[in-house]
Each structure stands twice: as structure tokens, then as C-alpha cells.
Design a protein. Structure first.
Ligand code: DQA
Length: 145
């Protein structure tokens, strides 16, 4: 692993970006976002390891792995698990790797059930509401940590 590897973990339904509720999430696919992150990561001298799963346990395992490999930081868009997952919060607290919460939309401006963020209770920062740029802004913040 290079000096700085940044994990970018994406949760449920984010594999459908591009066609999923484009009025909310835009037309970019997750691959488009990955390409932008990889390009910017190269400029910043960090390696991006980006993944997506619809399964909560995979996200927990990958958070643990971030600690095992000595990742510099994690960007985490946990999708709907943001609002439900104490398991993700516990994992974030357990790993000792800074986690930045990321959202394309601004959940606090949406339905009340999206206002609670378990991820946010453990994350060092949150970047939201900027569409795909949320990931890029979070990457800048993560690289600077
Ligand atoms: C989301 C916001 C969540 O409330 C939602 O469940 C998602 C996407 C976002 O990126 O805006 O799946 O995390």
C-alpha cells in the first residue's frame, strides 16, 4: 500500500446511480464518480479504493479492513443504512480510522426519517448536498487529514 490509501465505501442502491431518481441523485453513475475520484486522487498523491455493496455486513467488513490495511481515511456513503445502522456506527468507532460521511443529496432537507444519521455520530465530518461533488470535496478533506 502507498503512503495514503483512501477507502470509498458505498451502500445500498448506489449501484443504480445514473438511473435511480435522477431528479434527486443526478445522471452520473458510480463509475463516473469513481473515475473522477481516481483522477483527483492521482493529483493528490493518494490511492482510491472504491467499492459498493447492498449488504450491511460487507460495509462493516470493509470498515474493519480499512483498519487492517492502515488506510488513511474512509469516505462512506452508507445510503439508507446511514439512518438505521448501529452496526456501522459501532464499526466506525472501533476502527480508529477517520470516516467522512458523504451524501449526494442533503438528507436533512428530505423526509424526517432521513434526518437521523448513525454514521454521523461516528464520522469526523459530513459532506452532503453537492451531488457527485460531495465525493470530491470529501476527498480533498480526507487527503488533508
Ligand atoms: C444518500 C441519502 C440517503 O438518505 C439515501 O438513502 C441514499 C443516498 C445520498 O447520497 O444522498 O441511498 O446517502
Amino acid at each position: 500500500m502507498t503512503a495514503k490509501t483512501i477507502y470509498v465505501l458505498n451502500g445500498p442502491n448506489l449501484n443504480l446511480l445514473g438511473t435511480r431518481e435522477p431528479d434527486i441523485y443526478g445522471h452520473d453513475t458510480l463509475d463516473d464518480i469513481a473515475a473522477r475520484l481516481a483522477a483527483r486522487g492521482e493529483e493528490l498523491g493518494v490511492t482510491i479504493d472504491m467499492r459498493q455493496s447492498n449488504h450491511e455486513g460487507h460495509l462493516v467488513d470493509w470498515l474493519h479492513e480499512a483498519r487492517t490495511v492502515g488506510a488513511h481515511a474512509v469516505l462512506l456513503n452508507a445510503g439508507a443504512y446511514t439512518h438505521t445502522s448501529i452496526a456501522l456506527l459501532d464499526a466506525i468507532k472501533a476502527i480508529g480510522v477517520p470516516v467522512i460521511e458523504v451524501h449526494l443529496s442533503d438528507p436533512e432537507k428530505r423526509e424526517p426519517f432521513r434526518h437521523l444519521s448513525y454514521v454521523g455520530m461516528g464520522a469526523v465530518q459530513c459532506v452532503k448536498g453537492l451531488g457527485p461533488d460531495s465525493y470530491l470535496v470529501a476527498l480533498e478533506a480526507a487527503a488533508a487529514l
